[in-house]
Write a protein that binds this ligand. Structure first.
Ligand code: HEM
Length: 190
């Protein structure tokens, strides 16, 4: 019993610490089988996808060319929000990773590499860093530039899943507004 309690506490602490240091915990981007930031335990205060924010996602192709690297810029605005976060993942229609997400040098982003998620899915999760939650202007998130490298061969449709958090800056997971967006990008002609 004691060992189980210690194990439970360790897992809980790891999650809390990785969430604090390392951006959003994996599997929170709203892809099939994932939670979103607005899950029952976390950031649950407000309705998902309320219409308070303006979300800008630029650079997603309509169709993709094998091996091409696409640069995608994410940013959003919400009056009164003070802390900002995101998570992105890409999957084919079977839910498997397709292509690869790249965390761009110099950007306050990183690929969530917590083994806990690797055991559950082969998808990658790209998220903000701790420094990456600070916006430069009131009510405006930082811009995060991420990259996606298309698969070597034209195979499946790629589904992009994004989750965004407009936080109130109370350093808690309460009072924040969560948004999700998803896009289908078809393979170019074979
Ligand atoms: C993609 C989904 C998520 C995003 C973008 C996100 C982003 C953020 C941001 C921006 C903050 C600072 C909020 C503020 O100060 O107002 C925060 C705090 C927090 N988040 Fe999340 N989060 C996500 C998912 C989660 C999930 C699923 C959990 C629970 C497992 C979680 C746990 C926490 C906790 C405990 C805090 C408060 C203290 C801290 O900074 O660690 N988050 N998150």
């Amino acid at each position: 019993m004691r060992i189980i309690t210690i194990l439970m506490i360790t897992i809980f602490l790891c999650t809390a610490v990785s969430a604090k240091k390392k951006g959003a915990p994996g599997m929170s981007a709203g892809a099939p089988g994932d939670r979103t930031c607005n899950s029952k335990k976390c950031h649950a205060g407000n309705e998902l996808n309320s219409d308070k924010a303006k979300i800008f996602i630029a650079g997603l192709p309509k169709i993709y060319t094998p091996n091409e690297i696409y640069e995608i810029t994410l940013r959003f605005e919400q009056p009164g929000a003070k802390r900002w976060g995101f998570q992105a993942t890409v999957a084919n229609d079977k839910g498997d990773a397709i292509g690869s997400l790249i965390s761009v040098k110099g950007q306050e982003t990183h690929i969530q590499d917590n083994a806990r998620y690797k055991s559950k899915t082969n998808r990658q999760y790209l998220t903000h860093t701790k420094k990456g939650i600070l916006g430069s202007e009131k009510g405006k998130s930082p811009s995060w530039i991420i990259q996606w490298k298309a698969p070597e061969t034209v195979v499946d449709t790629s589904n992009f899943y994004f989750a965004f958090n407009a936080g109130n800056g109370n350093n808690k997971d309460t009072g924040d507004f969560i948004y999700t967006r998803s896009f289908r990008v078809s393979p170019g002609s074979k």
